[in-house]
Ligand binder design. Structure first.
Ligand SMILES: Cc1cc2nc3c(=O)[nH]c(=O)nc-3n(C[C@H](O)[C@H](O)[C@H](O)COP(=O)(O)OP(=O)(O)OC[C@H]3O[C@@H](n4cnc5c(N)ncnc54)[C@H](O)[C@@H]3O)c2cc1C
Length: 453
């Protein structure tokens, strides 16, 4: 017997699980169906059988301004599994021994960031002042002329703000690529402005770097499943949805799974990326302009290389590389707070917006990353590589291009009882965990409003 409070959610990533938890908290009975053998979507971890370490599909960093995500992590009982770096300290290497640090001051925001910029030695005094002015202008454009901003790419924007080549390469572009996951010539300046406003021009705590000291899956999947189970719901892995089936009044009546089962509910949330959604929509909905345009959303890849060395290679928790294809090095021993005797040098390297290299072979990618490491940290040549894993996420996130502004849909759909969630839904943010959790909360609120109404 299907009750008004029965909901089917398709997809157990951050969006689907946060929607599930928000609904369970309102007393809904939720079935979360997940295609893969475990929940976690694009933010998952697995145990490496050789080293015993937990390996994330890619290092994920949260920020203090991720309010919805931090509330969700708190709700699933994992806040103590996060490390907070309240005082931002990001070492940027521009060649061997050429290190400068973005270090915030203990001042109220945004003065803390102004001080960080004034201390950033990769820029000369004039460039620092110019970057600061550019930041203020950007904020003013975000407030008063958002329409113009949304027609510019990040590269157009820094042109308009007369930023030197050096300021672009050592300051603006590393932030833009890391937060938007695409090249500055593609990424929207409006999305960039939103990130800067939330993360760096707000309170001091908003710019905190936050990362899990456990594998990603351990951070949120188990806790979320337990809350969903408390109201009679469940999270089912290996449950592949093949079709949404229409019933009376043009509403969705049930989902059909690949194993032939059918599951009915009063409301449905599709918390999957757009190309997956288009595969299981009812046939007559695919042609509807609301859904048809979703096929035009494109994606951008991320490449991650995990490498285990026989000794520590750096003391820093993370280091940015400037001018090399490899962008970030994360020192997993420091981050995971591990004290293992064997393989003390466990490092993770990240290349975002990796369109140009994603199709290279794993051997080529490993060689490239090791070359960049040896160049930037010459002492690393002494360390012996024990093992390496190359993980490619070809469709890591929605491309934050100019077209995405008009293509991203909202939660409601033309089908009254079908709602959308996912990092790619229109939240005003780039496709991040925070966007995914906000979209999950919004979808849960829309279902609750419909049932209440
Ligand atoms: C390598 C990498 C690094 C990243 N780094 C960061 C970072 O540092 N900070 C940050 O904020 N964000 C980062 N992101 C982005 C972040 O991971 C995503 O924004 C977030 O995980 C998206 O969650 P989601 O729930 O929207 O989608 P997903 O995680 O993709 O969840 C969708 C789920 O739906 C399932 N599904 C699809 N089709 C079906 C079907 N037919 N039936 C059943 N289930 C189905 C999928 O298997 C998947 O589990 C990174 C992403 C990657 C890949």
């Amino acid at each position: 017997m299907i009750e008004a409070k029965d909901v089917v959610i398709i997809g157990a990533g951050f969006a689907g699980l946060s929607a599930g938890v928000a609904l369970a908290d309102k007393g809904f009975r939720v079935a979360v169906l997940e295609r893969k053998p475990m929940p976690g979507g694009r933010a998952y971890s697995f145990a490496d059988s050789d080293t015993g370490d937990f390996v994330d599909n890619g290092q994920h960093v949260l920020m203090g301004c991720y309010r919805a995500t931090l509330d969700f992590v708190e709700r699933v009982g994992s806040r103590d599994k996060l490390v907070f770096h309240l005082d931002l300290e990001i070492e940027m290497l521009d060649g061997p021994g050429k290190s400068a640090t973005v270090r915030t001051a203990r001042l109220p925001g945004p003065l803390h960031m102004a001080a960080a910029l004034m201390r950033y030695k990769h820029l000369n005094f004039r460039e620092r002042i110019s970057a600061m002015r550019a930041g203020m202008k950007l904020l003013a454009m975000h407030r008063h002329d958002y329409a113009s901003l949304s027609r510019l790419t990040v590269a157009d924007l820094v042109d308009k703000l007369s930023q030197s080549q050096r300021t672009r390469e050592t300051f603006w572009y590393p932030i833009a690529i890391a937060t938007l996951n695409d090249e500055p010539t593609v990424s929207s300046a409006a999305l960039f402005a939103e990130v800067l406003k939330r993360a760096f021009f707000g309170r001091r705590a908003d710019s905190a770097f936050v990362y899990p000291k456990v594998g990603l899956s351990e951070l949120y999947c188990k806790g979320a499943s337990e809350i969903i189970e408390q109201t009679g719901g469940f999270v089912e892995p290996r449950a592949i949805v093949e079709a949404l089936e229409l019933g009376e009044g043009g509403r969705i009546a049930s989902v059909r799974l690949r194993d032939g089962r059918r599951l009915g509910a009063s409301n449905f949330i599709a918390a999957v990326p757009p190309h997956h959604l288009l595969r299981f929509l009812p046939e007559n909905a695919v042609g509807d302009p609301f859904f048809a345009r979703l096929a035009d959303l494109s994606t951008s890849p991320i490449v991650c290389v995990h490498a285990w060395f026989d000794r520590p290679v750096t003391d820093s928790a993370f280091v940015g590389f400037i001018g090399t294809p490899t962008q970030w090095l994360f020192n997993k021993r420091r981050i995971f707070d591990l004290h293992g005797e064997s393989h003390p040098g466990y490092l993770s390297f990240v290349i975002s917006g990796a369109r140009k290299i994603v199709d290279n072979s794993n051997d080529e990618l490993l060689e490239m990353v090791l070359g960049d490491l040896h160049r930037m940290v010459p002492a690393s040549r002494e360390a012996k590589l024990i093992k390496a894993l190359v993980l490619k996420e070809k469709q890591a996130t929605m491309a934050p291009d100019l077209r995405s502004h008009e293509l991203r849909p909202r939660t409601d759909t033309p089908i009254a009882n079908l709602f959308l969630a996912g990092d790619w839904i229109q939240t005003g943010l780039p496709a991040t965990i925070e966007s995914a959790v906000i979209s999950g909360n919004n979808a849960a609120a829309a279902v609750a409003a419909r049932v209440g109404g």
